[in-house]
Design a protein around this ligand. Structure first.
Ligand SMILES: Nc1ncnc2c1ncn2[C@@H]1O[C@H](COP(=O)(O)OP(=O)(O)O)[C@@H](O)[C@H]1O
Ligand SMILES: O=C(O)[C@@H](O)C(=O)COP(=O)(O)O
Length: 415
């Protein structure tokens, strides 16, 4: 069985979607369970953590706890899933968590493969591209929590780990599995502990997966995990579970400020009542929440409503000037509380834009595990609660989805 630790919630749904797409049955756990549990029939377990932007020591602790739990439940192959745009800071957490996992399960050097060509993330000469732009020239340079201003992943990772980092060039990857194994051997002898792999397309991912499938630890985006799943699939294929979205009204919550989300929010505003959480206008957190709660209550008979904090950089700066340094956390908490209110009020389809935001929402809803259904857009699967009331959640990474994703997600919602 394959066990994945994902450093945020939409990263977890992304990797779960990829594994399901290649025919694996996937159980998604919200955080690491405290005790041992009887597992449903599944081929892969994804543990959703919220460790991307917390202090490194806590991220390591959370990750090791998840790894030990998975090992206790029969997992021998581990995958550490982080963002395809390598979201992290110089204080961590990708390098330090990978180091801790290597210490726990062995298998240095770790493969570092954020590339996800289906989402336009590719790596060449160790540099990460978003579409045709270098990472540092994409909107990720302005991310509210993890601004990515350096596209050279060898350099980025070297600031996060005391150990040597090197790159595996595309030419070597394309020379076949023996060349990849030789590169790994060479890296081991040179004391390299992190190997950034160039990837230009899905064929490269398949080649890499085939060459490294037997390693105890792989790390990267959803792309390599899906390729690994496809490689393992022959022994594990089964019919995908059916998917029924529950009847009932929908709620869309948006906390992501990515370009993709801003466009999706603009589209959604055209077709459903919308309320903006605006810290510049309402800097008092309590008032921000109660105003939104009143608005939600007033619109209780609408089949779908949108509440969003998403804003471009200049508006965010104005909000932060008014509300202070905790603005992002206040907005996450507010959106999470509103999700809870909406569930109590009977909303059954909850769509969330943003990884950190999704983490806060799922935590507030006290959900423990979800079964992964089909994707609404690549990397964005519907997930179903395993307890009553049946909720369908769509947890969307900020950067993912077509412009009409939020509109499509609420279609067919009943008042
Ligand atoms: N108007 C705003 N001002 C400041 N921070 C904001 C604003 N709107 C959202 N945020 C914060 O930005 C962060 C977005 O992160 P996240 O939810 O992970 O989205 P993404 O998936 O795009 O990275 C969250 O912490 C959210 O609370
Ligand atoms: O790998 C990816 O791009 C996503 O799975 C992911 O992790 C996105 O993170 P957020 O943009 O913070 O949602």
């Amino acid at each position: 069985m394959l066990g994945c630790l994902a450093d945020d919630f939409t990263g977890a749904t992304d990797v779960a979607a990829g594994l399901r797409r290649v025919g694996l049955q996937v159980l998604l756990l919200i955080g690491t369970p405290i005790k041992k549990m009887a597992l449903p029939d599944c081929d892969a377990i994804v543990v959703a953590l919220k460790s991307r932007t917390i202090p490194a020591a806590e991220a390591i602790e959370q990750s090791l706890r998840a790894q030990r739990w998975l090992a206790d439940h029969g997992v021998t192959r581990f995958y550490f899933k982080y963002c395809s745009t390598f979201d992290s800071t110089d204080a961590g957490n990708i390098g330090l968590v990978t180091d801790a996992l290597l210490d726990a399960v062995g298998g240095a050097p770790a493969i570092i493969c954020p590339a996800s060509p289906e989402h336009g993330r590719t790596v060449y000469q160790g540099h990460l591209f978003v579409g045709s732009q270098l990472l540092s020239e994409s909107s990720m340079a302005h991310h509210p929590l993890t601004p990515m201003t350096d596209p050279d992943l060898v350099r980025v990772l070297a600031r996060q780990t005391p150990h040597p980092v090197a790159a595996l060039p595309l030419q070597q990857l394309r020379s076949g599995p023996d060349a990849v194994r030789a590169a790994l051997q060479q890296a081991t002898e040179a004391g390299v502990r992190h190997l950034i792999t160039d990837i230009a397309d899905d064929t490269d991912l398949a080649a890499l997966a085939a060459a490294v499938a037997d390693r105890p630890l792989l790390t990267g985006g959803a792309g390599l995990a899906r390729a690994l799943g496809a490689h393992l699939r022959s022994t594990a294929a089964r019919a995908a579970t059916e998917d029924h979205l529950p009847a009932g009204p929908a709620l869309v919550l948006a906390g992501s400020c990515s370009t993709a989300t801003l466009e999706q929010v603009a589209r959604a505003r055209e077709v459903m009542p919308a309320h903006q959480l605006d810290p510049a206008l309402t800097p008092d957190p309590h008032q921000l929440l109660t105003r939104a709660q009143d608005w939600l209550h007033k619109h209780r008979s609408e089949p779908a409503v949108l509440i969003y904090a998403s804003a471009p950089a200049d508006a965010r700066a104005a909000g932060q000037a008014a509300m202070g340094p905790d603005t992002a956390t206040v907005l996450e908490t507010t959106l999470a509380t509103l999700a809870n209110n909406a569930r109590e009020a009977g909303r059954r389809r909850i769509i969330v834009a943003g990884g950190e935001t999704s983490g806060a929402v799922v935590k507030a809803l006290s959900l423990r595990s979800l079964l992964v259904g089909p994707e609404a857009d690549p990397g964005v699967p519907w997930c179903h609660t395993t307890t009553e009331p049946h909720l369908a959640l769509l947890l969307k990474s900020g950067n993912f989805g077509r412009p009409d994703l939020l509109v499509r997600a609420v279609e067919g919602a009943t008042p």
